[in-house]
Design a protein around this ligand. Structure first.
Ligand SMILES: Cc1cc2nc3c(=O)[nH]c(=O)nc-3n(C[C@H](O)[C@H](O)[C@H](O)COP(=O)(O)OP(=O)(O)OC[C@H]3O[C@@H](n4cnc5c(N)ncnc54)[C@H](O)[C@@H]3O)c2cc1C
Length: 477
């Protein structure tokens, strides 16, 4: 098995292991290994467990909460855990942790041309293990839900190195309790309020849930996800995708009408002011119209007839809200959809690039972002608070994301230490408001290291302690 030792050596030869896309600084580790199969992974995990060395699991490190950044201890990289195989069921494939979302989609294109894997968390270089560990979602989760909905079976190595296979449907909690042959009695923490629908803060807890759902979204705390059986969905006849460049008033009206229209929407995304001007300034690109908001949507259609109906419905809505067709980009072929995805991806990518420039000059600087969500019907009210907190912080920022699910990300771009503090304060205020409205402090990126302090806004000390006990009891099996 490929492995290395020595803090200084790893810093010099494998600096990539010490960072993720959060640009969280201060990562270090004393050893690292790249297992290629279950036997090697088991051996390394057992060694770390017996020597009481804290282990960080590292996927593709596209995470933006710092979860894969080691703070001492050892790193297990899943980079070499590769392989995609069919199963006896046409719509299920078996994928090793280190395969990327890109490679899964490529596999589907060639081997299962009528099917696709719905979770699409924007960054397609993410590993399958990482997306399961964070229960990633993305634009299309408006229709398809988060990763957990598409996982049928997991092969896991518990922190002690003990192997476990969990198939959905085989082990179900009843009123928060479950007796499992290897894990013994598992008791879920009792939460004062149920977790919001879209939530990645803390373990997934619901009194009568499936055991597999405890491991999905557990961010490496309950062990290594080695292999996942992914459920595929049937491709629609066509997908019509549009970016509508408009003003704020038009955005909210169009969003509300689209939610209520009888269209099969895949996504309902937003780029709020001042995202477009930030993009223009930093990429040199120009955009149609005079508005400073963008609504992005995709509609699944099952036939030519449905496609015509969807296009007519959208045209009528644009006309009703005074939006010229010249101020839209869109179409219904793969090329157009790819162009819009790239446009959508360009914003977080550009933020990361600008931040990386600042962090070269000051290593404390990293992106400060929110991953908060509120019930979708509260989004407009929530956005007002978000805007005023952001403006008061006087830190450069953009706001974008999954408006259909009440989930807008604010990305703050501090350029010195004093702005860093202001940005951190703004994030805390925005997160507190989300919780007040019945939402979450982290809807899709997980808690990682950066969001840990926000958990106390959402959970009581008792709930957090009980989550800690749950982790301890599973880690000792
Ligand atoms: C430009 C950009 C856009 C993004 N957009 C989205 C988005 O729309 N939606 C979204 O959900 N995310 C988004 N992300 C975040 C990121 O892509 C996801 O969190 C992704 O799921 C992380 O996968 P990874 O392989 O990079 O995991 P890593 O970053 O390597 O790890 C993430 C966490 O999972 C744990 N982990 C990794 N692999 C395993 C494993 N095999 N077993 C157990 N634990 C493991 C790590 O320890 C860590 O805690 C975006 C990131 C970028 C850079």
């Amino acid at each position: 098995m490929k492995s290395v030792k020595g803090t200084h050596f790893i810093q010099q030869e494998h600096p990539e292991l010490l960072v993720d896309e959060s640009a969280l600084s201060g990562g270090s580790c004393q050893s690292a290994a790249w297992p290629e199969n279950t036997t090697e992974a088991t051996e390394y995990m057992k060694e770390c467990f017996e020597d009481r060395v804290p282990l960080t699991i590292s996927g593709a490190r596209t995470g933006i909460a710092g979860g894969a950044v080691p703070i001492g201890g050892a790193v297990l990289s899943t980079d070499l855990l590769k392989g995609i195989l069919p199963t006896s069921r046409e719509n299920i494939i078996r994928v090793q942790a280190g395969e990327t979302l890109d490679s899964v989609q490529e596999y589907c294109k060639t081997e299962k041309p009528c099917l696709f894997y719905p979770p699409d968390p924007t960054e397609t270089t993410a590993s399958i293990g990482g997306t399961v560990a964070t229960d990633a979602s993305g634009a299309d989760s408006y229709k398809f839900g988060s990763t957990r909905k598409w996982i049928d079976r997991l092969k896991i190595l518990l922190p002690s190195g003990t192997a476990l296979t969990i198939k959905r449907g085989n082990y179900q909690f009843s009123s928060g309790k479950l007796r499992h042959p290897s894990l013994g009695l598992i008791t879920l923490p009792k939460l004062e309020k149920p977790q919001p629908v879209k939530n990645a803060a803390g373990f997934h807890i619901a009194p009568n849930m499936d055991l597999i759902d405890l491991f999905i979204g557990s961010e490496g705390k309950l062990g290594l996800i080695l292999e996942a059986d992914l459920v595929l969905a049937r491709k629609p006849y066509a997908i019509a995708s549009f970016a509508v460049f408009c003003n704020e008033n038009q955005f909210w009206k169009l969003r509300s009408d689209l939610i209520n229209a009888s269209l099969s929407l895949r996504e309902l995304e937003a780029m709020a002011d001042p995202s477009l001007s930030f993009l223009s300034r930093n990429t040199g690109k120009t955009f149609p119209g005079r508005g400073n908001w963008v609504l992005l949507t995709s509609i699944d259609v099952a036939s030519e007839e449905e496609l015509d109906t969807a296009l007519e419905a959208l045209e009528m809505l644009l006309e009703e809200h005074g939006i010229s067709p010249d101020n839209t980009w869109g179409g219904f072929d793969e090329i157009e959809r790819k162009r819009l995805k790239e446009f959508r991806h360009l914003l977080p990518e550009t933020v990361n690039r600008v931040i990386s420039g600042f962090s070269l000059k000051n290593s404390r600087i990293h992106k400060i972002s929110t991953d908060t969500a509120v019930p979708p019907e509260q989004l407009m009210e929530y956005y007002e608070t978000m805007r005023s907190v952001l403006e008061n912080s006087e830190v450069e920022h953009v706001v974008f994301g999954h408006s259909g699910q009440g989930h807008l990300h604010a990305n703050l771009i501090p350029n010195d230490n004093s702005q860093l503090e202001k940005a951190e304060l703004a994030v805390e205020q925005i997160a507190a408001e989300a919780v007040k409205l019945g939402g979450t402090v982290s809807a899709e990126h997980g808690t990682g290291k950066l969001k840990v302090p926000l958990l106390r806004l959402m959970y009581s000390q008792k709930e957090l302690d009980d989550m800690g006990l749950l982790e301890k009891s599973i880690s000792s099996c």
